[in-house]
Ligand binder design. Structure first.
Ligand SMILES: [Zn+2]
Length: 281
């Protein structure tokens, strides 16, 4: 990883409600809040980028009709007026037109709902993920958490695929993860495949301007607690969306990374503990 540092701001763009047991084996059946985290990454030469988008008013538009409405009913979403990423970037003097790229962990609605809000952004993503959302019908997509209506019409023209970027070595702290995709060609932002949650699911490693090493892990883990305790969700949740065996192998690798390098800022997208460190909207 290069010496280039980015200014990283963790933001929370809405939340949804699920029974805890859906995300943590042995968890309670009580509904709990799952925040949707996103990050503004101010890169010194590439400009302002986002890691995922979290929720956005576009989510409500995309789930107004059947069968998409099922998605909104299954996971009720709360989104404050000032919470969408497109609003929060205003605090940094930015407008949605300024965002140069959105780095997408995967195409579930809670991660890409804001894509329509950033018309100039390159969409940095896994080809495997884009192919899945484009290839499924509306019913099959909704069952897997995918809302094709959130994809901008020109997504193909704006897409930059992780699979096509040059490979580069990850810093030793991220072992057992060894290599990733060098997104900008300067070794500063490295996408790392984290298989299991769904097809084309990747994380992102970036060095912050405060020198901390961030590892955004998307939905490879629901919480830091799950990583610390190596405690996966129940198999019915992981089998519905992805592959349980691969999910568990990825979680075990994150557990091992955390044990060896606790200073790495591991950031699961829906972790309440991580969300407590997000900047207020
Ligand atoms: Zn998610």
């Amino acid at each position: 990883m290069s010496a280039v540092r980015s200014e990283i701001h963790l933001l929370k763009a809405g939340a949804c409600v699920h029974p805890e047991a859906a995300a943590l084996r042995g968890g309670s059946l009580c509904p709990v809040d799952f925040p949707a985290l996103t990050a503004l990454i101010l890169h010194p030469t590439a400009g302002p980028l986002l890691w995922d988008t979290g929720y956005d008013p576009a989510f409500f538009r995309a789930t107004r009709r059947w069968p998409e409405k099922l998605y909104a009913l299954a996971t009720p979403v709360t989104l404050g007026e000032d919470e969408p990423a497109a609003r929060q970037i205003g605090r940094f003097g930015l407008t949605p037109d300024d965002i140069q790229g959105v780095i997408v962990s995967h195409f579930h609605g809670d991660h890409v709902a804001g894509l329509p809000a950033f018309p100039n952004a390159k969409i940095l993503c896994a080809r495997a993920g884009l192919e899945q959302i484009q290839g499924l019908g509306r019913f099959a997509g909704v069952r897997r958490g995918l809302l094709a209506g959130l994809l901008p019409a020109d997504v193909e023209a704006r897409a930059v695929f992780f699979e096509d970027r040059p490979r580069c070595a990850l810093p030793a702290e991220l072992a057992p993860f060894e290599t990733g995709a060098d997104l900008l060609g300067d070794g500063s932002l490295i996408a790392v495949e984290l298989p299991g949650h769904c097809p084309g699911h990747w994380g992102l490693a970036a060095r912050g301007s405060d020198d901390r090493l961030w590892f955004f892990v998307g939905d490879a883990a629901w919480s830091l607690k799950a990583i610390r305790e190596n405690r996966p969700p129940p198999a019915f949740t992981t089998a519905l969306l992805g592959r349980t065996d691969r999910y568990r192998a990825t979680l075990a690798d994150l557990h091992s990374l955390h044990g060896r390098a606790p200073e790495v800022v591991l950031t699961p997208s829906h972790c309440r503990e991580a969300a407590a460190t997000a900047e207020a909207p």
